[in-house]
Design a protein around this ligand. Structure first.
Ligand SMILES: NC(=O)c1ccc[n+]([C@@H]2O[C@H](COP(=O)([O-])OP(=O)(O)OC[C@H]3O[C@@H](n4cnc5c(N)ncnc54)[C@H](O)[C@@H]3O)[C@@H](O)[C@H]2O)c1
Length: 319
């Protein structure tokens, strides 16, 4: 069962599963409420190869009905409210879906003796770090309402592991980018703003640093951890590729063939974390995963994907 399988990363994971990578005979069951962020178009190429339930993970009744019918062995839990700025406007749906929804899934999984529960957490649970990297042993110190709600669900999962010997694994990926991302986060917003003839908005002076992972590399990492990861463990899933927001936007402008001045600094996000950075030695050593797509290649693939509806392809300066 893949919750949030119609979202950005969840759909990349389902597309990967339906390329023959799920265990023999297993049909992925996608559970998604289809909020503004969910879109079944992302699963068009996997049509006929998965089951779908339009279901709210906060509804114990709806979720238990799916568990009863399909008896899933493995749950990979992506469903969440994910946009930090929205969580600053109103944290209610974040508390509901990210915390309560996770609790509903954990309890249903216990009741139906699920074999493995993979919780997709985030690097944002650690808070910001000016130097060095967070390891899986670092303290959880979230700063935004979004990150706090993810940290609560992450800790609840840890509590179930300890209290009930619940068979869960926690994965903390860094920032993802790639095709199909809803245009409210830095990279798709920058691309879409320029394509519409405007300027890419950049918070403050663009000095915030993010670690960037191409979405297909992330999906493959999650699948490998699901197959080989140790129950009860936490795995950071980072690329090691860090970039200041202003540099990321400048690369995008280059690939779009737009002037390097087509951006504008906008008022900073309150409480904005300066830098995230993960130590991902554990996943590389124990699981044997490493990203395949470089940042430049990933950005080119992403820009190209967003250009398609405009009937264009990469500019000459973007090669
Ligand atoms: N995008 C990133 O950079 C990133 C980085 C680290 C971790 N994560 C985590 O990965 C997961 C997926 O992120 P994403 O970027 O694909 O998110 P997304 O916003 O693109 O997709 C979220 C999906 O969850 C669904 N959903 C929301 N509320 C629901 C509910 N109550 N019941 C059922 N479905 C519901 C939405 O319809 C959507 O399809 C999230 O848990 C997020 O916290 C994301």
């Amino acid at each position: 069962m893949v919750t949030g399988g119609a979202g950005f990363i969840g759909s990349a994971f389902v597309r990967l599963l339906t390329k023959g990578l799920s265990p023999k005979g297993a049909v992925p069951v996608v559970v998604d409420k289809l909020t503004y962020a969910g879109d079944l178009k992302r699963l068009e190429e996997a049509r006929g190869k998965f089951k779908f339930y339009k279901t709210d993970i906060c509804s114990k009744k709806q979720i238990e009905r799916v568990f009863f019918k399909d008896k899933p062995d493995i749950i990979v839990h992506f469903a969440a409210e994910t946009h930090v700025d929205r969580s600053i406007q109103d944290s209610t749906p974040f508390i509901e879906t990210n915390i309560k929804g996770t609790q509903v899934l954990l309890d249903a999984s216990r009741k139906y003796n699920v074999k493995k529960f993979i919780f997709i957490s985030t690097d944002e649970v650690y808070g910001e770090i000016s130097k060095g990297k967070f390891s899986e042993k670092s303290a959880v110190r979230p700063n935004s309402p979004y990150a706090a709600s993810k940290a609560a669900a992450d800790l609840l999962t840890q509590a179930y592991i300890r209290t009930y010997k619940f068979p869960a694994i926690i994965i903390r990926p860094c920032n993802n980018y790639g095709p199909w991302q809803f245009p409210e986060k830095l990279i798709p917003v920058a691309i879409a703003s320029v394509l519409k003839g405007g300027k890419a908005p950049v918070y403050a002076r663009g000095q915030n640093v993010r670690e960037w992972l191409y979405v297909d590399d992330c999906a493959r990492g999650i699948l490998q951890i699901t197959q080989k990861g140790k129950i009860g463990e936490i795995y950071n899933l980072g690329s090691g590729i860090e970039s200041k927001n202003i540099d990321t936007v400048r690369l995008i402008l280059k690939y779009l063939g737009a002037s390097q001045n087509r951006f504008e600094f906008v008022k900073d996000r309150p409480g904005h974390d300066l830098r995230y950075s993960l130590n991902s030695t554990k996943v590389r050593r124990e699981i044997g995963w490493k990203p395949k797509i470089s940042f430049k290649e990933g950005l080119r693939l992403t820009v190209n994907w967003y250009l398609k509806p405009w009937g264009r392809s990469l500019s000459k300066s973007g090669e």
